[in-house]
Design a protein around this ligand. Structure first.
Ligand code: HEC
Length: 145
């Protein structure tokens, strides 16, 4: 159920955060597995916002986080026509998947920020439109205080 909510939220969000406004795809069926890279990004973005909200509220209940766990590889997504992927793309993809799993194994602000960092790294290479949005996802880490 949570997945459907995320997919829906992503659609709304995509209206103002696109990196490729000329090729805005039509709204895709919410029940499909994510096949386009574009749709994967929208799902992950909505997921990150949710995680951020929970971490901010200190809802550290493992069960809540686990409901959002939805592993898939960006490398399996079909990019929008004209989107050029550099050789760094699969590298960032693998790093992201690794951080993704370790976050869900033991959710923490530090691990969440590692995810944001990977979003940011790949976006510095590929699609700079969402960078501002991505940087706003960072959370302050109070571990050392
Ligand atoms: C491995 C590289 C990579 C990683 C990691 C990555 N992205 Fe992306 N992202 C892309 C590429 C490439 C596109 C363009 C996709 C397309 O147009 O087909 C994109 C598109 C987007 C978009 C624009 C979608 C739209 O609505 O137009 C957003 C927002 C986005 N990413 C957010 C994120 C967030 C948040 C993360 C981290 C959770 C993330 N990305 C991680 C490469 C990456």
């Amino acid at each position: 159920m949570e997945r459907l909510i995320l997919a829906g939220a992503g659609v709304v969000f995509a209206l103002f955060a696109g990196c490729n406004p000329s090729t805005s795809p039509s709204v895709v069926g919410r029940f499909d597995p994510p096949d386009s890279l574009y749709r994967m990004m929208r799902i992950r973005t909505a997921e990150m916002k949710k995680l951020r909200e929970w971490l901010l509220q200190d809802i550290a209940v493992a069960d809540s986080f686990q409901r959002l766990y939805w592993p898939f590889a960006f490398a399996d997504g079909i990019p929008t026509e004209g989107m050029h992927l550099t050789p760094m793309f699969p590298v960032y993809d693998r790093v992201f998947s690794r951080h993704y799993d370790s976050f869900y194994q033991a959710p923490s602000v530090g691990r969440y920020n590692m995810l944001v960092q990977t979003c940011e790294g790949c976006h510095q290479e590929h699609c700079s439109g969402p960078l501002r949005l991505i940087r706003r996802l960072y959370l302050e880490d109070h571990r050392n205080e």
